[in-house]
Design a protein around this ligand. Sequence first.
Ligand code: DAH
Length: 353
Amino acid sequence: MSLVEEIGEQRGLLLARVAEAADSAALEQVRVGALGKKGSLTALLRGMGQLPPEERGAVGRAANLLRDEVEAALAARRDELQAAELDARISAEAIDVTLPGRVRPIGTQHLISRLTDEIVEVFRGIGYQVVDGTEVETAYYNFDALNAPPDHPSRSLQDTFYVVDRSGDAAAMAGESDVLLRPQTSAAQVHAMEERELPLYILAPGRVYRRDVADPTHLPQFTQIEGLVVDEGITFGDLKGTLEYFCRQVFGPERRTRFRPHFFPFTEPSAEVDVSCGICDGAGCRSCGGTGWLEILGCGMVDPNVFGHVGIDPETYSGFAFGLGIERIACLKYNVPDLRMLLEGDMRFLRQF
Ligand code: DAH
């Protein structure tokens, strides 16, 4: 076969291979096979030197033309393949913006937080303001200033978590700490009376702690809302009217309330408030222990001794206070049989509210 024939044959072969290359990698192999160091076309061009001078001109031109042609075909095919590969990548990576998003399950407000907000709203509607309390308190604010003397049983180690100083201070380590996790929100009353201008219409919601073992009716940690009113001419009638209004707002208009005399160190007189049982409507059933009533809060008129600790003149001012446990109210309102269910975080339970 003459060289010119061989050039013609290579031309057909190479152009076909270029056209057949299915992707950039295959095309690169074709290029190396033709124009690489050991490529067929490279060998052909190298062989030019051995030709007799009279043939070199024509054959050389044909060979150079073929090289240009193959290079152009390679470039054209490269562009074509790259465009196709880009198209394929774009459609593979396409984001369908019309697909619905993946919904992350978000939690719901816990029943206790929701009920706290609901109760706070009831009182805000009649002019009360919310104040913050501290969960770690001193015995002075928890007990002394609330008229509970040092021998009062609520101060005992059995009832209260004291914060014990481990620094090596002998007195503190002997358990004589006067810093504690508050067992009631009532300390907020004292802070409010010390820090705020009169008259006072305040609510102090927050966590409290007791040395109790969790059972269906006790928790070592729960939530209270403390209320305090101090103004001129406040009477027990104001206390009763306010708390009856609150009960009707929270439990519904058909529920009745009753006030039973009780004792709290910081109020005089004191009472506990019961609401009629929502299950038997006062007839008496297992839920209410057969009495027809459920206890929901403690209250009373602020004891003048408490005013004495904060320098409020009991001849000019009077007031009332109340404290309620949210977990109990939640159980009564929604017929939850066991307080511990409120702490377990079981979504099947919590989602119901
Ligand atoms: N602090 C009381 C308790 O934890 C509840 C209470 C009773 C609060 C009467 C009051 C009140 O403000 O007047 O058992």
